[in-house]
Design a protein around this ligand. Structure first.
Ligand code: URA
Length: 433
């Protein structure tokens, strides 16, 4: 088999056989196919796409490139969740304890921040002592005993995805539906949960800009999951504004705790409750109405807050933050940002908010590899709210006045105020599977 011929076939939109796709994945993972050839093939996939059968084979070949976990020791139906990423998306921190406190089992491997989007693992590491690196047997024991664990991706899972993703990042080949689908689903299948709920985001802060393209990606992922023998569903959700009010690691954990303490309700809590109910339904805990009652009761009774504390303690973290969120890290400086005109908040450009937080130190950059866990932004208003000129729209947290001022300029450009009130965008656009 010659890689040259396979690149040409994909470029001409001719289907590759299973053996040809496995040859590409294994050859590249083992270093036999050089980066320049793989880049050419990835670009051909970006331009011409792959068939459903090719996407399934690519996903399974990537899954099989490393270790696949056996979760049978948990002794119950397990349910995983994946979000395609966005700004202020901290749903995992709510969903894991809510589902676990309703009797579900959530084994979760999460990622770090990527580009302008934050990562669940960085958020958890803002809790003093919290360990995201657990040996697999301990991870499985924790899920069996308390119902949930959130750790970083084990080094042995899907080495093919690690190599291919790094190359895609450098070669403008990230936003391709078969490539995103195979990247995400190979990791989900290698983790091995019985049921998978996918939260596929669209909007100005997501990979997919429209509900149509998000639905296409969701359908591809559900197809692959089902063909691999999993119970799989996708929820298409809005990411045209940050999810919830806080963006930035410790600030997001604080928001999660305030929701679990029943001191705050917003779009984030609404979405987390719905996704949790969908996960419980997938894992056979009753019909959707019953599961919605279970999740609401878990949140309002305080059981989910207790479960979050149990998870933090099991992973070596300071669980007292669930009672005293003020003990989480704080940045040195804070600054208000204000409305420049009176009117209705019409738009909050999520990507710009993510970039402002990255510049404040909430994520790593090539020149600044340290995270300032207290840095970020907390909004006081939502899209559709009326604000008079000069109203405080939110607070900026950073290490210095200069960093806060730089963020303030970006935020001013990111928030659009209009004379007329626009129709609210529904949080959930649709469900597939
Ligand atoms: N997240 C992933 O894990 N892979 C992609 O390709 C895109 C988002």
């Amino acid at each position: 088999m010659q890689m040259y011929d396979l690149i040409q076939k994909t470029r001409r939109k001719e289907s590759l056989s299973d053996a040809e796709i496995r040859y590409i994945v294994n050859g590249f993972t083992q270093g036999e196919i050089p980066d320049y050839m793989m880049s050419a093939w990835l670009m051909a996939v970006c331009c011409q796409g792959l068939t459903t059968d090719e996407t399934v084979t690519l996903t399974l070949a990537m899954r099989d490139s490393g270790e696949c976990l056996d979760l049978s020791d948990i002794g119950a139906i397990t349910v995983d969740k994946h979000s395609t990423g966005g700004i202020g998306d901290k749903t995992t921190l709510l969903i894991a304890p809510i589902v676990a406190s309703c009797g579900g089992f959530v084994p979760k491997m999460s990622g770090r921040g990527l580009g302008f989007t934050g990562g669940t693992i960085d958020k958890l590491e803002s809790i003093s002592g919290f360990s995201v690196e657990r040996p697999v047997p301990e991870f499985i024991r924790q899920v069996r005993e308390i119902g949930c664990a959130v750790i970083s991706q084990s080094g042995n899972l899907t080495p093919a995805d690690k190599k291919i993703y790094a190359l895609r990042n450098l070669t403008a080949t990230v936003d391709s539906i078969p490539l995103i689908c195979s990247s995400i689903m190979s990791k989900k299948l290698a983790l091995g949960a019985d049921c998978i709920l996918l939260d596929v985001k669209y909007g100005n802060g997501a990979f997919m800009k429209t509900p149509e393209s998000a639905s296409e990606l969701a359908q591809a992922m559900v197809n692959v999951g089902n063909l691999a023998g999993k119970t799989c569903r996708a929820v298409i959700t809005d990411m045209n504004a940050p999810l919830g009010h806080a963006v930035g690691n410790a600030l997001e954990v604080q928001e999660v705790i305030r929701i679990l303490q029943r001191k705050e309700e917003n779009a984030l809590s609404e979405l987390a409750l719905e996704l949790s109910a969908q996960m419980l339904e997938l894992s056979g805990k009753g019909d959707l109405q019953t599961c919605r009652k279970l999740t609401s009761e878990a949140l309002h009774s305080g059981k989910a807050l207790e479960k979050f504390a149990d998870m933090i303690e099991a992973q070596g973290g300071d669980a007292s933050v669930t009672e005293h969120p003020e003990r989480l890290p704080k940045s040195n400086r804070k600054m208000a940002f204000k409305a420049e005109a009176s009117g209705y908040i019409a738009e909050i450009q999520s990507e710009q908010i993510g970039l402002a937080c990255l510049e404040l130190g909430a994520g790593k950059t090539a020149s600044r590899p340290e995270i300032d866990y207290g840095a970020g932004v907390v909004f006081r208003h939502d899209i559709g709210d009326y604000v008079p000129a000069g109203e405080v729209l939110g607070m900026i947290y950073g290490a210095s006045d200069a960093l806060c001022e730089q963020a303030e300029q970006r935020l001013r450009r990111a928030v659009r105020i209009s004379e007329s009130k626009s129709e609210p965008i529904p949080l959930i656009h649709g469900i597939i599977g």
